[in-house]
Write a protein that binds this ligand. Structure first.
Ligand code: PHB
Length: 395
């Protein structure tokens, strides 16, 4: 059922080609009986829980719709990307060439996303990004076959600076992992915080996924800023919250972050997370029937509380369902498929959102504070935030 513009003899040759920088062949597939959906997510390492929550969310959305896409049964394929950028191209190529997926859902880590992005752009396979916020994917290198259902890395922190200054916290230290997600979260923070009149006293960083925070926390204590703002996520975020509190800093210096800091980690962080203020496109306590129903179904199905990653996975499923329905399950009808996904309005637990021209959600960003192991909404930090990038020229 697969025709290829270039005849291939062995898939190993393709993987070799990918890693030597040669172009991958564009893939043109005729409609098969079943739809092949590939998950490329982290199932090990500091982002393992994030990968699981995303897959759960996707499956729940599909199951609620009867377990089919445009009337077709689904086969699932999975690759653990380990949040390892060095294996990004190889792992994506495996799903596309070996497993012949019609759609690749992935991933979490911005560096790994760049590998998927190369493969998606060269082969034309449909890629739905359920988390990684790396800017170029929806700016300079935006692509007709790549849609993001989560956020761009600057989106949450673009809403962070103003509430910090409004609370009288005008001198801040920034701390993060030194890679695309941390750098680009800083871009949003720097812009919003300085525009509101704040001063960034110092930028601190450590390599991903390092969690040896001690020396940096000692430096923060010596600098005595009004506040600390950060990007961390997953297991590393839980460790950062615990270490920050253990150093006694939570009593004297208000901690802020993009909301990933407190997503899915509140049990692990315990009292250490109490009072932390974040900005995010979701809150557990959004008081809408849609969110309540989602949370109830998720908790029943997976015996786990959902977090923002589960919501992003769920919305990925909703987007795919809308696209597949519009083309009667024929995902090879790309023009109509992409048009339907571009025009989709997603009735999400986070609130309704739609796609920007660059294929990134336009969405409200909430201001939240942790109280008793919940991310409470304390306000809407910004309405209908669109990624400010202007580099996307859809070819
Ligand atoms: C990213 O690498 O883009 C990333 C990872 C984890 C998050 C958010 C962004 O929670």
């Amino acid at each position: 059922m697969t025709t290829r513009r270039v005849v291939l003899t062995r898939s190993a040759a393709v993987i070799g080609a990918a890693s030597t920088g040669l172009l991958l062949p564009e893939i043109v597939r005729a409609q098969a009986a079943r739809v092949r959906v590939g998950f490329m997510l982290p199932y090990t390492g500091t982002f393992a829980q994030l990968g699981v929550a995303i897959e759960n969310g996707v499956r729940m959305a599909l199951d609620e719709a009867g377990g089919k896409l445009g009337g077709r049964e689904i086969d699932f394929f999975k690759v653990d990307d380990e949040s390892n950028p060095a294996k990004g191209v190889e792992n994506a190529t495996r799903l596309v060439q070996r497993d012949k997926v019609d759609v690749l859902i992935g991933t979490v880590h911005s560096g790994v996303q760049m590998g998927i992005h190369k493969v998606a752009r060269e082969t034309g396979v449909l890629n739905l990004i359920p988390n990684a916020g790396v800017h170029v994917a929806t700016r300079q290198q935006c692509a007709p076959n790549v849609f993001r259902t989560s956020f761009s890395n600057a989106q949450p922190t673009l809403a962070l600076g103003k509430p910090m200054v409004e609370r009288g916290h005008k001198r801040a230290v920034w701390i993060t992992w030194n890679y695309a997600a941390g750098d680009e979260a800083f871009e949003g923070f720097e812009q919003s915080y300085t525009a509101a009149g704040g001063t960034i006293v110092k930028k601190l960083g450590l390599p991903f996924p390092n969690v040896e925070f001690q020396a940096l926390l000692t430096e923060i204590a010596a600098l005595k800023p009004d506040a600390v703002a950060c990007f961390f996520a997953g297991g590393g975020a839980a460790k950062f919250l615990r270490d920050y509190a253990a150093a006694g800093l939570n009593r004297s210096i208000q901690l802020y972050g993009s909301g990933f800091l407190t997503e899915g980690v509140l049990e692990a962080a315990g009292d250490a997370a109490e009072g932390v203020i974040t900005t995010m496109h979701y809150s557990d306590l959004l008081d809408t029937p849609r969110n309540k129903q989602f949370r109830l179904n998720y908790a029943k199905t997976f015996k786990l509380q959902p977090d923002v990653y589960a919501v992003q996975g769920y919305d990925t499923g909703l987007l795919l369902l809308q696209g597949a329905k519009a083309v009667g399950g024929d995902l090879s009808n790309k023009k109509a498929l992409y048009a339907a996904m571009e025009g989709a309005v997603i009735d999400s637990p986070r609130g309704q959102w739609r796609m920007s021209k660059a294929h990134n959600p336009i969405q409200d960003i909430y201001l939240r504070q942790v109280k008793g192991k919940e991310n409470r909404v304390i306000g809407v930090a910004a309405k209908a935030v669109e990624d400010p990038g202007t580099g996307c020229r859809m070819g």
